[in-house]
Design a protein around this ligand. Structure first.
Ligand SMILES: [Zn+2]
Length: 345
């Protein structure tokens, strides 16, 4: 099969590799119908050390079950499925508490052992827990939105959920990438009264307005903080959803959060040490939350919203490539010519 391998920073290639096979009785093999490139794939694209063997890439897919292992009970060949970006058994104590990304039998894709989803076929460990079936015949027009339930939309939802977004609340979203825009849409779904989107790219913030943002702040740093404080009568935002991961975004977050408010982070922090003292969190009684999204916990509730057209998160895709075009897809996202790239097969 064809698969995407990264051999070092800026070096993505499509190679022919052996088809994946069932290695545990709980595995399934899925034929990939659509995959995509994630903003987080750009981190190794910038910094990965050269590797002779290459690293399999991709962790988002919708597809059709091709084969199941003998212990897989809930799936059969031909089922149309969504795979969350992490696999999990969906039965252990952490899964039952809604934190599937901490499943002791779970893990992440994009390794030699498990493979990556920017490929024609993918082995899915813990298939009964990891895959969610989409009922009925699936309209191809819904593929992009269903694919966002693999990661990006539900990562935005996770931020809003942990931030306890609710009617009457003012939410500020930091970051106009696909996750930030998804956080805007999810906040609207949860009934936020006001949604301030902090981002500089007009084409992206325009989609943010379509998704429900009521205000856009293009300024950053102290100017950005001042602009949000102005918009909120100097009070600040009840909830700040941080979808970037760099320190300036965190500084912005504690600068604009309201006393008693919550900062919820889903941008993977590129730092381990950060201010938590009187001048940042403590003085304002601020709650800090967030982490890797347990997409699996939210997936079943989100599928009907896509199927009935309530939400259309697939609008974040603004470019489509075939599997052979994946390297140009990386280049386009890296150059910010594309917001998010869809991969067809
Ligand atoms: Zn588990």
């Amino acid at each position: 099969m064809k698969a995407t391998l990264m051999f070092g920073a800026g070096d993505v290639r499509i190679e022919t590799v052996p088809d994946p096979v069932i290695t545990a009785p709980t595995d399934a093999i899925v034929r990939v119908v659509r995959a995509c490139i994630c903003g987080s794939d750009l981190h190794p694209y910038h910094s990965m050390a050269a590797s002779e063997r290459g690293r399999p890439m991709g962790h988002e897919l919708i597809g059709v079950v091709e084969e199941v292992g003998p212990d897989v009970a809930t799936l059969a060949k031909g089922d149309f499925v969504i795979a969350p970006f992490a696999y999990s058994d969906n039965t252990c104590v952490f899964c039952r508490e809604g934190f599937h990304t901490s499943c002791p039998h779970g893990g992440f894709y994009g390794t030699r052992e498990v493979g990556g989803m920017q490929a024609e076929l993918q082995r899915i460990p813990q298939a009964d827990g990891s895959l969610v079936k989409v009922p009925g015949t699936v309209d191809e027009a819904l593929y992009p939105s269903l694919l966002t339930l693999s990661d990006v939309y539900l990562t935005g939802h996770h931020a809003a959920h942990l931030g306890r977004v609710a009617p009457g609340k003012t939410v500020t979203v930091i970051g106009d990438g696909a996750v930030g825009l998804s956080a805007v849409l999810a906040s609207r779904q949860l009934g936020a009264e006001r949604i301030i989107l902090m981002g500089r790219h007009t084409s992206r913030t325009d989609l943010g307005i379509e998704f429900g943002a009521t205000d856009v702040v293009a300024e950053r740093g102290d100017e950005g903080i001042a602009a949000v404080m102005d918009l909120t009568n100097g009070e600040g935002s009840h909830i700040v959803l941080e979808a970037v991961g760099h320190m300036p975004a965190y500084e912005q977050a504690y600068g604009i959060v309201r006393p008693g408010g919550t900062i919820s982070r889903v941008g993977v922090p590129q730092y381990e040490e950060a201010p938590v003292g009187f001048g940042s969190l403590f003085g304002k009684n601020v709650t800090l939350t967030g982490g890797p999204a347990p997409v699996r916990a939210y997936l079943e509730d989100a599928i009907p919203l896509v199927l009935d057209g309530t939400i259309e998160p697939g609008k974040v895709f603004d470019r489509t490539v075939t599997i052979d075009g994946v390297p140009e897809g990386y280049a386009a996202m890296d150059a910010r010519e594309a917001l998010k790239v869809l991969v067809t097969f």
